[in-house]
Design a protein around this ligand. Structure first.
Ligand code: ZN
Length: 332
């Protein structure tokens, strides 16, 4: 008997305990629910002990700040020196109060020293002009070389870092400011005086530009010879694309034996039964005789081989063996 009654007591006590526990759990869930609706888990962010804002994702925010500090903005800011990094403290933020990652990012990064990256074009080690990218600097120097500016050999490019922004110049401005012409000035390219058929006959094929560049000599009568093609100036090594598909009938160095004397390294492509296109003065050839090429395929590189005074493509279209003005069909 004694045993049974004591067991009853324990059971009753245990039931009471379970009831209280259930009530406590429900209360806790309700309180947490209310907190969740009213507050969000946040980090307060401080810089030098001063709260500058709140973020919900401290990892993402700090990564964004680190990336900017280390590698800049992908534009002209190269990197940033920051003395103090922000500190994050977990807190609950009342819903409705906004986090401000962008503002924090700006405050932290602007508290540091920004280093700008740019390029100086130098002449005899003197910094003559500043441009934003290496590509701009290279383009300006190459253009000056192509124009045979007399200071071409003294030009250089130097990578620069500065805490202050400098005035960047456009490639065109650099070229015009740095250009120094020779005493003997080559007259501007005259329009061809050659009078071919006034209405160009259709080639029967469509063309794409083999290179982009400036026209340096047109088809037609020049001072000493009848120019059979169109010259397009471009830096050495510029890819030459097939203006039209076809079969390579010649790829090699032009000479008396093959009928391409003076053409330097030249590719001839038969692009239809009547049309053959020549690409001359190349620095390199990428196709072989007998090979078929597709339109736009890179076949050679611009150079100045053969009888040539500078890097350019001599582009010549022959219809039934007779040279026609390429500008009747392209570059017009
Ligand atoms: Zn030419």
């Amino acid at each position: 008997m004694i045993k049974i009654s004591s067991l009853k007591k324990v059971v009753i006590g245990f039931r009471k305990f379970i009831k209280i526990l259930i009530i406590l759990v429900i209360a806790a869930v309700l309180i947490l629910g209310i907190i969740k609706v009213t507050y969000k888990q946040t980090y307060s962010v401080s810089l030098n002990g001063e709260v500058i804002g709140y973020t919900q994702d401290k990892v993402a925010l700090q990564k964004r700040i680190n990336d900017y500090i280390n590698t800049g903005n992908g534009d002209n800011v190269a990197f940033v020196e920051v003395k103090e990094m922000p500190e994050y403290t977990a807190c609950l933020l009342k819903n409705g109060i906004e986090t401000n990652d962008d503002e924090i990012f700006n405050i932290v990064t602007s508290s540091g020293t920004q280093y700008y990256k740019y390029y100086a074009i130098t002449e005899d080690e003197d910094e003559k002009a500043y441009v934003k990218t290496f590509a701009d600097a290279e383009s300006a120097v190459n253009q000056l070389k192509d124009k045979k500016s007399t200071n071409s050999d003294k030009l250089g490019i130097v990578e620069k870092y500065s805490t202050e922004q400098v005035e960047y110049k456009s490639v065109e401005t650099c070229v015009s400011e740095l250009y120094k012409e020779k005493k003997v000035v080559v007259a501007s390219v005259p329009k061809a005086t050659y009078t071919g058929p006034s209405v160009a006959t259709s080639l029967g094929i469509s063309l794409v530009k083999p290179v982009s560049g400036t026209i340096s000599s047109r088809f037609g009568i020049r001072s000493r010879d009848n120019h059979k093609g169109l010259d397009i100036a471009a830096p050495k090594g510029t890819a030459i694309k097939a203006a039209a598909s076809g079969t390579v009938t010649f790829a090699g160095f032009g000479g008396n034996g093959n009928g391409y004397s003076g053409y330097g390294y030249v590719v001839a492509i038969k692009s239809s039964s009547s049309v053959t296109i020549l690409y001359a003065h190349c620095s390199a050839l990428y196709v072989k005789s007998g090979q078929t090429v597709s339109q736009g395929q890179v076949i050679a590189a611009v150079g100045s081989t053969g009888i040539s005074t500078g890097n350019h493509l001599h582009f010549e279209i022959r219809v039934n063996g007779k040279a026609v003005n390429p500008q009747n069909y392209i570059y017009n």
